[in-house]
Design a protein around this ligand. Structure first.
Ligand SMILES: [Zn+2]
Length: 462
């Protein structure tokens, strides 16, 4: 098979680059048949499969065959299947995180009193001058992937600054080894185009869980920036992948006219994912809606960096697709429950209306099927329906932070924590089992990440 021959050819270089690290690919077992049986509640996110807008099934089962969901319902036949007893548990689709920077576990705790511009200058851009190796990048991204999986995130978009081709390789290899479903967004610069093509062809295209995006530079009305954006927009068209940029995160971007820059570069269309979009005018919201642009909402990051509050209600009212993003080192956590709470709470605080969008149900949609729609992957992920990929989370609500569980849907948003995530399946494979990540030596992973941080961080924390 040509795909696998290419993949093998790429491995010796990666093996060489990553020598000396604790590399533990998570994906090993044959997914086979698994029956998740008799959950207290299955939140399918498919209205036609159960009650209400979220398609709720009390006492429900989910049957997995291979990498896909074969059936969802009550009293399913599990003959020949491995049985996961979900009595008392809550089953829902794995979370889809549409905007993150996994290498930034390297800079956790940096610049915690800085706004976005100063934070970038202090904690992010200097890292590009420190020659972070493939091994170091692998180590910190490995840590982030495990943190995500442990918290119930099964799909992530990793917007990588890709400071060098080695950095990009270490970053990507950790994603490939994680078992996560992911899109690798490689920060596009003209001098890296051939490397972008090679990574996509050799490492991403052969892997069914992997996809590619082009991470665009910050758009602004500067001839060179617009020229670079145009090249990246054309490359995204040629590859038929998403272009993913940060947009109007800070009000200080307003004089740079980033939307005009994107439009001039040919980027303002349905292939665009724009992260943050905090400072949009009514006219700009209408323009983005008319062009079919999709948005990533990163409420914890916007809070931490004092960026402002996205006008989520006005944006959704125009029909723009929005998904939630954890946004790497700027929110300091991989906790999608916390992110949903922040999305709900910020809009209530902004509008002083407890029924403001997003409701509890809408928050769950923003973290699952709505996020899958942003990635145009909703035919495959984001809900529990026959034929979809078996990306599934089982929560244990019998814990001090959750019990007593009376209104379980609301409590998933308001009470749950990553520690409630008991099982995680991606592609039908068990990556977290009874509260433990499968085949992972977390102490070794942390030791590798700490070594990278010890070398790099003195340059940031002076
Ligand atoms: Zn970001």
């Amino acid at each position: 098979m040509p795909c696998c021959a290419k993949k093998r050819a790429a491995m010796p270089l990666l093996t060489m680059l990553l020598a000396g690290l604790t590399i533990q690919p998570s994906v090993a077992q044959d997914p086979g048949r698994t029956l998740i049986r008799h959950a207290n509640l299955v939140i399918t996110m498919e209205p036609q499969l159960g009650d209400g807008a979220l398609g709720l099934i009390a006492g429900g089962d989910v049957l997995i065959v291979g990498d896909r969901i074969a059936a969802v319902g009550q009293g399913l036949d599990g003959s020949g299947a491995r049985v996961v007893d979900a009595t008392g548990k809550i089953v829902l689709p794995g979370f889809v995180d549409v905007h993150n920077h996994l290498w930034q576990s390297l800079i956790r705790g940096c610049g915690t009193s800085l706004a976005v511009g100063d934070w970038l200058q202090t904690c992010v851009f200097p890292v590009g001058r420190l020659n972070v190796t493939a091994q170091e990048t692998y180590a910190v991204v490995r840590l982030s992937t495990l943190d995500l999986l442990s918290a119930g995130v099964t799909t992530v978009v990793d917007w990588s600054h890709a400071f060098s081709p080695d950095f990009a390789r270490g970053n990507l290899q950790a994603l490939l080894d994680s078992g996560l479903r992911f899109a690798f967004a490689y920060r596009g610069r003209p001098e890296h185009v051939e490397d972008m093509r090679a990574l996509k062809r050799d490492l991403i295209d052969p892997d069914s869980r992997a996809s590619f995006q082009i991470a665009g530079v910050h758009p602004r009305m500067d001839a060179e920036v617009v020229n670079t954006l145009r090249k990246m927009s054309d490359l995204a068209d040629e590859m038929d992948v998403k272009l993913h940029v940060h947009l109007l995160e800070s009000e200080h971007e307003r004089p740079q006219d980033p939307i005009r820059a994107l439009d001039l570069a040919g980027g303002l269309g349905p292939k665009l994912i724009a992260a943050h979009a905090v400072h949009l005018t009514d006219e700009e919201i209408k323009l983005l809606a008319s062009r079919g642009v999709h948005l990533a909402h990163c409420p914890l990051s916007n809070m931490r960096l004092a960026s402002g509050i996205m006008r989520l209600g006005a944006i959704r009212a125009q029909g723009i697709r929005v998904g939630l993003g954890l946004d790497g080192g700027t929110n300091d956590t991989s906790d999608m429950f916390n992110t949903m709470r922040a999305a709900v709470g910020l809009q209530r605080a902004l509008t002083r209306n407890p029924a403001a969008y997003p409701t509890v149900a809408a928050a769950l949609q923003l973290a699952t099927i709505g996020a899958a729609e942003v990635l145009e992957m909703d035919a495959h992920i984001g809900s529990l329906a026959p034929g979809k990929k078996a990306d599934i989370v089982v929560l244990d609500p019998d814990t001090l932070n959750f019990a007593p569980h009376l209104d379980e849907v609301s409590q998933v948003v308001f009470n749950a924590q990553p520690s409630n995530v008991e099982w995680v399946f991606v592609d039908g494979r068990v990556l977290k089992e009874r509260g433990n990540l499968v085949g992972v030596d977390a102490k070794a992973v942390m030791a590798d990440a700490n070594r990278a941080a010890q070398r790099v961080r003195p340059a940031l924390f002076r």
